[in-house]
Design a protein around this ligand. Structure first.
Ligand SMILES: [Zn+2]
Ligand SMILES: [Zn+2]
Length: 246
């Protein structure tokens, strides 16, 4: 049974005597009918904190059990505003992203999204992207030890960066570029468009931060693009890497 969100195999877990299909890659879960109602807040927290932070695939989310296309659940009076649960019309299972699960269960401890990113985002597909940012902000920081090194050792900047996640929306208009540094630092990314020869410089964190978010529509994502990350006052950036979209 594969995750409707990221396609990775889901594990079967037992929380409060409810069978939960859980994806440890993106932190999403699939509950039996009413299972999501029965699990406790502490279980919801445990489930949500397991996320490694990962990208989101296309629009269609299929039920891990019967492959029915999941649809947004609307009829639940307990559903808080801006919370998305997806429901299977065949087995009536409920799919939840980790942050939505916490919101649904009344656990509030998520880093707020910047108003800028909210304004920039087209609806409604990208609501799924917003879930991703919450996953990155909370989930990845908690799983610090498990984070893989995406950079080969080169400069200090390469060593300081623990994870880079790059995704785009389905129309390839917006680039979502997130990364994590070991200590709080300011950051900037320089994109080199190899097709036009143009360089696009983006300040990411003007205040020292550990989790760095960039959303931009200034790049033509059909082009051959490389990027380098500059950290703090360190003049030496990361090695130049190809921008590979998932
Ligand atoms: Zn997943
Ligand atoms: Zn189903």
């Amino acid at each position: 049974m594969n995750c409707p969100n990221c396609g990775q195999p889901m594990k079967v877990a037992n929380f409060d005597n409810e069978i939960v299909l859980h994806c440890a890659t993106c932190g999403s879960s699939f509950f039996d009918l009413n299972g999501i109602k029965h699990i406790s807040q502490s279980s919801a927290r445990k489930i949500a904190e397991d996320a490694q932070g990962h990208y989101v695939l296309g629009n269609k989310k299929l039920c891990p059990k019967d492959h029915t296309e999941l649809a947004q659940k609307m009829d639940d009076p307990a559903l808080p505003a801006n919370t998305i649960l997806l429901e299977c019309s065949t087995c009536h299972g409920v799919f939840a992203y980790p942050d939505d699960l916490l919101k649904y269960k009344g656990v509030r401890e998520l880093a707020p999204l910047s108003p800028l990113s909210m304004k920039l985002l087209p609806a409604p597909k990208t609501i799924f992207m917003l879930s991703l940012f919450a996953v990155l902000s909370v989930g990845v920081m908690m799983n610090y030890g498990a984070i893989s090194k995406n950079f080969s050792t080169g400069s200090k900047a390469d060593e300081a960066i623990k994870k880079v996640v790059i995704v785009s929306d389905d129309k390839k208009h917006y680039l979502f570029f997130d990364f994590i540094t070991e200590s709080a630092l300011t950051s900037e990314v320089r994109f080199n468009d190899k097709t036009t020869g143009k360089q696009v410089i983006k300040k990411v964190s003007t205040e020292p931060k550990k989790v760095h978010h960039l959303i931009t529509s200034d790049l033509d994502l059909s082009h051959d693009i490389t990027y380098q990350i500059f950290l703090g006052n360190n003049a030496k950036p990361t090695v130049e890497k190809k921008l590979e979209l998932k």
